[in-house]
Design a protein around this ligand. Structure first.
Ligand code: ZN
Ligand code: ZN
Length: 177
């Protein structure tokens, strides 16, 4: 696993702690001092923004912002969101031509099916999949290709200024509509 992947797992584990707020400053110091990740190669401003972004636990489902605790999200959602933010912040992913940067907070969008792409709100078409493709009917949680007789539940998670889109089959849906 890459250093970035390890950092995301460590961060995820941390956010699930009940005392994470008290320990946050400690973790920030560790993160800055560790030099374990390529995040440290970025400018201080970007690193600071990334720490802020990853520290935000208020994941919300859908436009109504359904309040679910961080721990109630399944692994594939938590790690999907954190991983996207981490790769984006480390400059390992790609963006739309407007080059949204984690050091310049503004709304950006990504999707589970294109985990290395972050786009601005004017470039949502870059995240679209061909309508009739199998990929467009695949559950991002388990990989099940949902047939037309069943429902693929599309949802959006907001995390700070990042919106993350995904689809879940009935078995992988983690919220009550
Ligand atoms: Zn754009
Ligand atoms: Zn599924």
């Amino acid at each position: 696993m890459s250093n970035l992947g390890k950092a995301v797992l460590a961060w995820d584990e941390f956010l699930q702690r009940d005392d994470y707020r008290e320990r946050l400053d400690q973790l920030r110091q560790w993160f800055r001092a560790s030099g374990r990740t390529s995040l440290m190669d970025q400018g201080d401003a970007a690193t600071e923004q990334l720490v802020e972004a990853l520290s935000e636990t208020a994941l919300q489902v859908g436009s109504e912002g359904m309040p679910l605790g961080y721990k109630s999200y399944p692994d594939w959602v938590r790690l999907g969101v954190l991983g996207t933010i981490a790769r984006w912040g480390a400059g390992e992913g790609t963006t739309c031509r407007h080059a949204p940067s984690i050091a310049r907070p503004r709304p950006v969008v990504s999707a589970a099916w294109k985990p290395d792409l972050v786009v601005c709100t004017a470039c949502l078409h870059l995240l679209e999949l061909p309508h009739s493709s199998a990929a467009n009917h695949t559950c991002d949680g388990c990989g099940y290709v949902v047939p037309n007789t069943e429902i693929l539940y599309s949802f959006t998670i907001s995390h700070g200024w990042l919106m993350w889109q995904a689809g879940a089959c009935a078995d992988c849906r983690f919220w009550t509509p």
